[in-house]
Design a protein. Structure first.
Lengths: 469, 482
C-alpha cells in the first residue's frame, strides 16, 4: 500500500520519503512498548497491553460524548484515563476479590469493551464513529499527516511516538533501581522504603499512555505484540535486567524495520502488492522470538539439546573405554597384551551393555578410532562363521580407560570408607562421578582413602597413569 | 450533547409491552434461535471456563481466539485458490481449528521448553498469531476474487443474525464439552488443583492440558463466528470468576458457572431483542459483568460482604477477649490488696486468687495496656457491657459475675499456652506473651485439654502469671509494638 499509491520509483514501490518515515515510526513505537514491556513480562502482566487496547473504548466514547467532537486530544485523555482505570480495577478485583490476575483482567477489559460498544452505538446515532476506525490507526497512513518541524515535514505520529518513547526512557532511567527492586521483590522494596504500589501505578499509567498513543497512530496489534514479544525474547537471551532491556530494544527495532521490509517485498513474490505493515512487524517479532527461543546462548532449546547430546556422547566415550578395559580385565590372562582367549567384543555386542542407540554408538566409536584410542581387530578363529570385527583398546586408549576405572573404584572406596554408604548403592554414584574426576582429584581421593589396592567389590584399583590421553 | 442526554434519550425509547411479550414468549423464530444459541454457548463457555480459571489460565480463550485468525485466512486463500467458495463455513472452521490447535501447541511448547511464564506464552501466541492473520488479511483484501468483508464478520461476530445451523454447531460444541469434562472429571480436577500430583499418578499433564485447551478452542471457534471475539472471552472468564465467589468446591463451581453463563447469554440476547438498537454481544457481556459484581459483593464463600463481616467479627471478638483479660490482669495485680492501699506490689507467686467481681480497673490503665485507641477501647467496653460481661464503675470498668468466669477462662488459656511454650517449646519467657497473644483467640477446648494434660496441671484454676516473678506487668511493654 504505502509506496504504490504514490507512484513508487523501484520494483517494490519503495519510496524513502514514505517508507523511511514508516520504519522510523514503527521503530519508535516498538522501542517505547518494548521498554515498558520488560517490566510487564517480569511482573507477569504480559496481557495487559491487549487488555488496555480493548478497554479504552468507553474512554473514547465518553470523551466524544462530553466534548461532542472527534478532536484527538480529549479522546487521547479519555483513553488514557480508562487505560489506567483498567489497571486499577484489575488490581482491585485481584486484591479485594482474591481473583487470579488473568481472570481479573479478563473481567475488566471485556466489560469495559462492551460498555464502550454500547456507548458508541448510541453515539453512532448522531455521528459516524466506527469502533474499527477509532481503534485501528494504520501505520501506512502516518506519512500523510505531517507537520513542519525544523524545516522538514515530519509525520505527526512520529513526533508523538518520539515524545512517548522519550518519556518512557526518562522514566526508566530515573526509576531504574526502584523498578528493578519492586519488580523482582516487592517485599524487599517495601523494606527499602520504595513504594511498590506507587511504582506499579506509575508503570501502568505509562503503559496506558504508550498503548493509546501507539494505537491511535499505528494500530493496536503492533503495540500489543511489542509489549510482549521482544522482552520475552530478550528474557531468553540473558539473566541481567540491563542487558535484557538492551536486547529487547534491538529486537524491537529489527522487528519493526524488517517487518516493514517484509510487508513491502514478500507479497510481490506471489504477484501481490504489499500487505499490512503492522501485521508483518508482529510476524517478524514472532520470528525473532523463535530464533531466540531456539538459539539463545544459555536457555535456547536447540542449544540446550546440542549441549546435552555432546555431553551424552562424551560420557558414552568414557563408558566404551571403561567397558573395554573391564572386559580385558575379566579375561583369564592378567596381561592384556598376551594371547587373548576372550574374543574382543564387537560393536553389536557392546550396545546392550551400554544402553545406547546404534547411531550414538557408531559416532562415538568412529571418534575413538580417529583419536587412536581403540582399534578394530579382525579375528577368524573358526568358531565364528565369518570374520568378526572386534574392538580393542590401543595403548593410549588403555591408559585413559585405566584412569577412568581408577577414578570409579577410588570413588567407590571413598564412598564406603569415608561417606559410610552401603556397598550396594555406591556403583551408580561412582559411575556418575568418574566422568568428572581429574588427576588432582584422584590424587586427593587416593590420599583420603589411604591409597587402597582393591575397591569395595574386591576389584583391583589400577595405578595412576602419568599420561592419560 | 452530553452523556446525560444520551441516557435520557434511551429512556425515551422504552419498548412497548408488545415487544416484551414477543421476546419473553419466544414468539419469533429468530429470537428463539438466538436466545437458545447464546444460552448454550454461555453454558459451554462457563463449564470450560471454570477449568481454565482454576488452572490459572483464564485468558487462554483470549489468546486462542486470536490465534484462529491466520487459519481462517489461510483456509480462505487455499479454498479460493482451489476454485471453491472461500467463505464456506466448514472450511473456515477447519482452518480456525487447525491454527487454534497450533496455538495450543505453541503455548504448551513455550511454557514447557523455555523459562517464560504462562502469561508471556499467552501474550506471544496472541499477538504473533493475530499479526500473521492481519498480514494475510492485508493480502486477501487485494485479491479480486475475495472480498474480506465476510471474513471480518467471522471475527467480529453477528449475534443477531445467528442461524439455525450456527445454533446447531454451538449445541454440538456444548455437548462435546460436557461429555469430555464428564469423562475426564477426575483427571481435570487433579490437573487444576495439583499438577505435580497428577503427573505422579501417571497422567500426562501435557496431554490433559492439550485436551483442556482443545475444548477452549472448540468453544472459542463456534462462539467467534456466532457472537464475536470479545464476547467469547467474556463468557469464558466472567461466569467462572463469578462462580468462584459462591463455592469452594470444583463441581458446584462448574455447575454455577454453567448455569450463570447460560442465564447471562439468555438475558443478554433477550435484552438485545427487546432493545433492538443495542448490540447483543455487548449486552451479554454487561449482564455477565453485573452478575460478577453481584457475586463479588454478595458471594457466600468469598464475597466482599461475607469476608468483611467475618473480619469485623473476628476483630471484635479479639478485642473483647483482650479487654476481659486486661481487666482481669490489672485487678489481679492490684489484687486483694486493693482495699488496704498496697497497689502495684507484686503478689507472692503461687498464691493466685481470683479477683473479686467488685474491683474496678481504671480506664487509663486499660488504655495503656495495649496499642488501642481510646475510641476502640470504649467501643469494646460498650459491646462487652451489652453482653453483660462488664459494667462501668465511675472512672473504671468492673467485671460482672459472668465476666469474671469468661476472663478467668481466657487468662487461663493464655497462660497455659505461655507455660507450654516455656516448658515444651523452649521459648524465652520474655517472648512467650506475644506468641500466646497471637494464638490464644483460636485455641479450642480440645487443645486446652491437651495442654492441661501435657502440663499436668489439671486442678489449676488459673496458672500463675509467668511474668509475675520479675515484678512487672509484661503486657504494657510487649504490646506497644503491635
Amino acid at each position: 500500500m504505502p509506496g504504490n499509491d504514490f507512484g513508487g520509483a523501484n520494483d517494490f514501490g519503495w519510496v524513502w520519503a514514505l517508507d523511511g518515515w514508516i520504519i522510523a515510526t514503527g521503530v519508535l513505537c516498538a522501542a517505547a512498548a518494548a521498554l515498558l514491556g520488560n517490566f510487564l513480562v517480569l511482573r507477569r502482566l504480559s496481557l495487559l497491553g491487549d487488555a488496555i487496547s480493548h478497554a479504552v473504548l468507553p474512554g473514547l466514547a465518553a470523551a466524544f460524548f462530553l466534548t461532542g467532537s472527534r478532536n484527538s486530544l480529549p479522546m487521547f485523555v479519555g483513553a488514557v484515563v480508562v487505560g489506567v482505570l483498567t489497571a486499577f480495577l484489575t488490581e482491585w478485583i485481584r486484591g479485594a476479590g482474591k481473583v487470579d490476575e488473568g481472570a481479573a483482567m479478563g473481567v475488566v477489559f471485556t466489560s469495559l469493551f462492551a460498555l464502550g460498544l454500547v456507548l458508541i452505538v448510541r453515539a453512532a446515532d448522531h455521528v459516524d464513529l466506527d469502533p474499527g476506525c477509532v481503534l485501528y490507526g494504520a501505520i501506512e497512513m502516518t506519512p500523510l499527516d505531517t507537520t513542519p518541524l525544523a524545516g522538514i515535514e515530519v509525520p505527526r505520529a512520529t513526533i508523538m511516538l518520539a515524545i512517548v518513547a522519550a518519556i518512557d526512557a526518562a522514566f526508566l532511567l530515573l526509576f531504574y533501581k526502584e523498578l528493578k527492586v519492586s519488580s523482582f521483590d516487592p517485599d524487599l522494596s517495601t523494606s527499602l522504603g520504595i513504594d511498590a504500589r506507587l511504582m506499579h501505578y506509575l508503570l501502568m499509567t505509562l503503559v496506558a499512555v504508550t498503548a493509546v498513543a501507539s494505537f491511535e497512530s499505528v494500530g493496536n496489534i503492533l503495540v500489543v505484540a511489542m509489549f510482549v514479544v521482544p522482552p520475552a525474547a530478550a528474557y531468553l537471551l540473558t539473566d541481567r535486567l540491563g542487558v535484557m532491556i538492551a536486547w529487547s530494544l534491538v529486537i524491537a527495532a529489527i522487528a519493526a524495520a524488517g517487518g516493514h521490509l517484509a510487508a513491502v517485498t514478500v507479497p510481490t513474490w506471489f504477484g501481490l502488492r504489499s500487505t499490512t505493515t503492522a501485521g508483518m512487524m508482529a510476524t517478524a517479532a514472532g520470528c525473532l522470538f523463535l530464533l531466540a527461543a531456539a538459539f539463545g546462548p544459555r536457555h535456547g532449546v536447540v542449544v540446550r539439546f546440542v549441549r546435552h547430546r555432546v555431553l551424552a556422547w562424551q560420557i558414552l566415550e568414557d563408558d566404551v573405554l571403561a567397558l573395554l578395559y573391564r572386559i580385558e580385565e575379566s579375561g583369564p590372562d592378567d596381561d592384556p597384551r598376551g594371547d587373548r582367549r576372550v574374543p574382543t567384543p564387537t560393536a553389536t555386542e557392546l550396545r546392550p551393555l551400554l544402553l545406547t542407540d546404534p547411531l550414538s554408538l557408531r559416532l562415538v566409536l568412529a571418534r575413538l578410532r580417529r583419536l587412536g584410542q581403540i582399534d578394530r581387530t579382525e579375528e577368524n578363529r573358526g568358531t565364528y562363521p565369518a570374520a568378526r570385527h572386534g574392538l580393542a583398546l590401543t595403548p593410549t586408549g588403555r591408559s585413559r580407560a585405566r584412569n577412568l576405572v581408577r577414578s570409579h573404584r577410588l570413588w567407590e572406596e571413598y564412598l564406603t570408607s569415608r561417606a559410610g554408604l552401603d556397598a550396594a548403592r555406591i556403583h551408580d554414584k561412582a559411575e556418575r562421578f568418574e566422568h568428572f574426576t581429574d588427576p588432582r582429584l584422584r590424587e586427593r581421593l587416593d590420599k583420603e582413602t589411604d591409597a587402597p589396592q582393591i575397591d569395595p567389590h574386591g576389584k583391583p584399583i589400577p595405578t595412576e597413569n602419568p599420561d592419560p590421553r | 450533547m452530553s452523556l446525560l442526554g444520551a441516557i435520557t434519550e434511551s429512556a425515551a425509547q422504552w419498548p412497548t409491552w408488545d415487544q416484551w411479550r414477543r421476546v419473553i414468549g419466544l414468539a419469533d423464530h429468530n429470537t428463539r434461535v438466538v436466545i437458545l444459541g447464546t444460552c448454550l454457548l454461555g453454558a459451554a463457555a462457563g463449564l470450560i471456563g471454570s477449568f481454565t480459571l482454576l488452572r490459572r489460565r483464564a485468558l487462554m480463550g483470549d489468546a486462542l481466539s486470536h490465534a484462529t485468525l491466520p487459519g481462517i485466512c489461510i483456509a480462505f486463500l487455499l479454498v479460493t485458490a482451489a476454485g471453491g467458495d472461500g467463505k464456506s463455513l466448514s472450511w473456515l472452521l477447519a482452518g480456525a481449528t487447525v491454527s487454534g490447535m497450533i496455538g495450543v501447541g505453541s503455548i504448551l511448547a513455550i511454557r514447557n521448553l523455555t523459562r517464560l511464564k504462562e502469561d508471556a506464552a499467552l501474550g506471544i501466541v496472541l499477538s504473533v498469531f493475530f499479526g500473521v492473520g492481519v498480514a494475510f488479511l492485508g493480502v486477501i483484501q487485494q485479491m479480486k476474487t475475495g472480498h474480506a468483508a465476510g471474513l471480518e464478520a467471522f471475527i467480529y461476530g453477528k449475534t443477531a443474525s445467528m442461524t439455525t445451523d450456527d445454533a446447531g454447531l454451538i449445541a454440538i460444541a456444548a455437548a462435546v464439552s460436557l461429555v469430555v469434562s464428564g469423562l475426564l472429571s477426575k483427571e481435570l480436577k487433579l490437573l487444576c488443583f495439583d499438577e505435580a500430583f497428577a503427573g505422579s499418578r501417571g497422567y500426562s499433564v501435557v496431554l490433559l492440558d492439550g485436551v483442556l485447551m482443545g475444548l477452549v478452542v472448540i468453544v472459542a471457534i463456534v462462539g467467534l463466528q456466532a457472537v464475536g471475539l470479545i464476547l467469547v472471552i467474556a463468557l469464558l472468564v466472567i461466569p467462572a470468576a463469578s462462580a468462584r465467589f459462591w463455592t469452594d468446591r470444583m463441581w458446584p463451581m462448574a455447575l454455577i458457572a454453567t448455569l450463570l453463563g447460560g442465564w447471562c447469554g439468555m438475558v443478554g440476547a433477550g435484552g438485545s431483542a427487546v432493545f433492538s438498537r443495542l448490540p447483543s454481544g455487548a449486552l451479554i457481556v454487561l449482564v455477565c459483568a453485573a452478575f460478577f459484581f453481584l457475586s463479588l459483593v454478595f458471594g457466600v464463600k468469598r464475597g466482599l460482604l461475607v469476608r468483611t463481616v467475618r473480619r469485623v467479627r473476628l476483630k471484635r471478638s479479639v478485642d473483647r477477649q483482650h479487654l476481659l483479660r486486661a481487666i482481669y490482669e490489672i485487678v489481679e495485680a492490684t489484687g486483694d490488696a486493693a482495699g488496704n492501699g498496697r497497689t502495684g506490689t507484686p503478689r507472692a507467686p503461687r498464691a493466685p486468687r481470683a479477683p473479686r467481681a467488685t474491683t474496678a480497673a481504671p480506664f487509663e490503665r486499660l488504655l495503656g495496656r495495649r496499642s488501642w485507641s481510646s475510641g476502640r477501647l470504649r467501643r469494646a467496653i460498650a459491646r462487652a457491657e451489652r453482653a453483660m460481661l462488664v459494667s462501668e464503675a465511675g472512672d473504671g470498668v468492673r467485671l460482672t459475675a459472668n465476666g469474671v468466669c469468661e476472663a478467668q477462662r481466657l487468662t487461663r488459656q493464655h497462660r497455659l499456652w505461655e507455660l507450654y511454650l516455656i516448658t515444651h517449646a523452649d521459648v524465652a519467657t520474655t517472648l512467650v506473651d506475644r506468641e500466646a497473644d497471637a494464638i490464644e483467640h483460636v485455641l479450642e477446648p480440645s487443645v486446652i485439654a491437651e495442654l492441661e494434660s501435657l502440663l499436668q496441671r489439671q486442678a489449676i484454676d488459673v496458672p500463675d502469671n509467668p511474668h509475675a516473678e520479675s515484678g512487672q506487668a509484661p503486657d504494657g511493654g510487649q504490646h506497644a509494638g503491635k
